[in-house]
Design a binder for this molecule. Structure first.
Ligand code: NAD
Length: 490
């Protein structure tokens, strides 16, 4: 009966080993004796926190089969019915807000305050798409010169989707895919990251309580090369909505290239510049740039990880920034560990490289080879890093930021754009014409001027260049999950 309620199960563990279970056709599968389990670790201690099923081809096929079967009726269901289910899901998560937040914080390492924000955003994802589909507009018109021929555009749900998400904002990013998938009449198989699967496990129970029909959304667990890869390659999967690293995005694109009609939305990595001009008020610019760099221990794809400061205020900015970071970001208190040993090692490699290249560590140091306790890395501020160094070119995705000086507007646009990525950017200036002038030339799908991480769910979310293809949000999500046909009627 532990499988009846994921939340009761988690609440009554009493020292027993936590095992997660796939959620297929509205049932948690019993596979306690499965031979293949993955260990997921507690980032604060390094101990094993949970055993995750390493779902093989037969589990993937079972989930895809359930979604295919459910698609027949779900794709025909009234929009109002889908909307009602989504609103029920939102309300149940709201009731369980603290349960979700606590497990997200334990599993991912983020602070509880940060976890609560993300649970609230997950609730908004369901509410937004629940109502979006009820207010869509369309129009029909006569073909020019042919007054007896009417033409209009018609949309229908694409089919079964693979929804694959990373570990940095587990619940929030998965629901950003699940909500529109359900709202636009598709069905799906969701696979969270094997590093942070617990809140997705709780979500299965919410779907049952909300009476989401069996098979509409299935959740399976496992790693990328095994489970994720089998899922995206399944011929009955008609679309993939993926958020994760650029290398994985390339892999998925390669794995699906011959299935030309498969819808593909890829939200990938970033190495986002923060541009700070000499007209800013430093008392405002310093906290904003620090938050953008260190929120969630720098593990948000939108973090501003390379700061460029006008040379006139460069020295002053560096000293105030370091002072602020030392005072406001303390490991264990206001900043969590990084998510896993593998990620700790990756960040450490970049910091060793910075040390080898004689970068200046204004705060932080190269972490020890063997992590002490959990995967803790002191917030690190670097300067004197060469423009061509991999430390400045590649996404580190941890609590590490570089600060470099610039002279002219033209120069800083060039520095900002001289990077393979193009996800987000932050401009800090008081000059209104510069906001537009610079903002419109930065290679970034998202530009924040004097703010960061503000989102309106109807606007496009996504990146340029190596940061991805496709956009999600509002009508952009509709384009991902629906097929468009133009009909002519004489
Ligand atoms: P990752 O690419 O390693 O994994 C992401 C997901 O893909 C996981 O669920 C993983 O199991 C799965 N996966 C891995 N290989 C696969 C394969 N061959 N086929 C199918 N699925 C596969 O990324 P990560 O380390 O979990 O997350 C960090 C990355 O995510 C960073 O690069 C970050 O910038 C990016 N990210 C991007 C956005 C965005 O919206 N653009 C948001 C958050 C994170």
């Amino acid at each position: 009966d532990t499988l009846e309620s994921a939340s009761d199960y988690l609440a009554n563990l009493q020292g027993k080993q936590l095992h997660l279970h796939n959620f297929i056709d509205a049932q948690f599968s019993e596979q306690l004796f499965s031979e293949s389990w993955l260990d997921s670790h507690n980032p604060r201690t390094g101990e094993v926190l949970a055993k995750i099923p390493q779902s093989g081809l037969s589990e993937v096929n079972r989930a895809v089969e359930a979604a295919s079967k459910a698609f027949q009726s779900w794709s025909q269901s009234p929009r109002q019915e889908r909307s009602d289910v989504l609103l029920r899901i939102a309300s149940i998560i709201q009731e369980k807000r603290e349960l979700f937040a606590v497990w997200e914080s334990i599993d991912q390492g983020k602070t509880l305050a940060r976890a609560r924000v993300e649970v609230d955003r997950a609730i908004s994802n369901f509410r937004y798409f629940a109502t979006y589909t009820l207010h869509e507009e369309g129009s029909a018109r006569y073909v020019d010169g042919q007054p007896s021929t009417l033409t209009y555009e018609h949309r229908s749900p694409v089919g079964v989707f693979a929804l694959i998400s990373p570990w940095n904002m587990p619940l929030y990013l998965l629901t950003w895919k699940i909500a529109p998938c359900i709202a636009f009449g598709c069905t799906g198989v969701a696979k969270p990251s094997e590093v942070t699967s617990i809140t997705a496990y709780l979500l299965g129970e919410v779907f049952r309580q909300a009476k989401l029909p069996p098979g509409v959304m299935n959740i399976i667990f496992g790693d990328g090369p095994g489970t994720g890869s089998a899922l995206v390659k399944s011929p009955r999967v008609r679309g993939v909505s993926f958020t994760g690293g650029t290398k994985t995005g390339i892999r998925i694109r390669r794995d699906t290239v011959e299935d030309i009609g498969k819808h593909l939305s890829l939200e990938l990595g970033g190495k986002n510049p923060t541009l700070i001009f000499d007209d800013v008020n430093l008392a405002e610019a310093v906290p904003l740039a620090a938050t953008a760099a260190f929120e969630n221990s720098g593990q948000i794809c939108l973090c501003g990880s390379r700061i460029y400061v006008h040379k006139v205020i460069y020295e002053k900015f560096c000293s105030q920034f370091v002072e602020y970071v030392r005072e406001h970001y303390r490991c264990g208190d206001t900043i969590g560990p990084v998510v896993s040993k593998a990620h700790y090692d990756k960040i450490r490699t970049y910091l060793l490289q910075a040390q080898t290249e004689d970068a200046t560590f204004l705060t932080g140091e190269v972490p020890t080879e063997i992590p002490e306790g959990g995967y803790w890395i002191t917030p690190t501020v670097l300067r004197d890093v060469d423009d061509q160094s991999i430390v400045l070119r590649e996404e580190i995705f941890g609590p590490v930021v570089t600060i470099s000086p610039f002279d002219t507007e033209e120069e800083v646009i060039e520095l900002a754009n001289d990077n393979p990525n193009g996800l987000a950017s932050i401009l800090l200036t008081k000059d209104v014409s510069r906001m537009r002038r610079v903002g419109e030339r930065i290679d970034a799908g998202l530009v924040w001027v004097n703010c960061w991480l503000v989102r309106e769910l109807g606007t496009a979310f996504g990146g340029m260049k190596a940061s991805g293809t496709g956009r999600e949000g509002g009508a952009h999500s509709r384009d991902v999950f629906t097929n468009l046909r133009t009909i002519h009627v004489r």
